[in-house]
Design a protein. Structure first.
Length: 155
């Protein structure tokens, strides 16, 4: 069996989501300080380019202050030299990307649920009503959801 599923620190969803949005758009959401007048960056910025290797991915996560962990009983930190490959896929409106979960991770999660494990929603879900009152808050929730979806889809 390979490595356990990778996850991020529980408080890292905003930064993780901003990093994913930066890769997807070519704009720097990570360093951008949004305001009600300008809640999102509009200018291209190549500081956070789509990573081409796991090492580049790990480095950019560190620069964005996103901690990587394995989803194991110990929350083992992921090292840069762990030996994991990386595939970055991005569809467009004309291409549907069907992302299948790794078989061993899907089966491991099935076994956890059958033993009574519960599904834990990230803490930011509780803050959604409060944050939806401003543009900056809505963009924070958007970044957190984009990040969670990218990280957890099919896991």
């Amino acid at each position: 069996m390979g490595h356990p599923k990778m996850t991020i620190g529980p408080n890292d969803y905003p930064q993780w989501g901003k990093l994913v949005k930066s890769w997807a758009t070519g704009r720097n959401y990570v360093d951008y300080q949004g305001s009600e007048e300008n809640p999102v960056p509009t200018a291209p910025d190549n500081k956070f380019q789509k990573p081409r290797s796991f090492e580049e991915f790990w480095d950019q996560c560190q620069w964005a202050q996103v901690d990587l962990f394995f989803d194991d009983a110990n929350n083992t930190p992921v090292r840069r030299d762990v030996g994991i490959g990386l595939i970055v896929l991005q569809g467009d409106s004309d291409v549907f990307v069907l992302r299948l979960p790794p078989q061993e991770i899907l089966l491991e999660h099935e076994a956890r649920f059958l033993k009574g494990s519960t599904y834990q929603l990230p803490d930011f879900y509780a803050k959604i009503p409060e944050l939806m009152t401003t543009k900056v808050g809505r963009m924070t929730i958007h970044a957190e959801r984009v990040g969670e979806y990218t990280l957890n889809t099919c896991g």
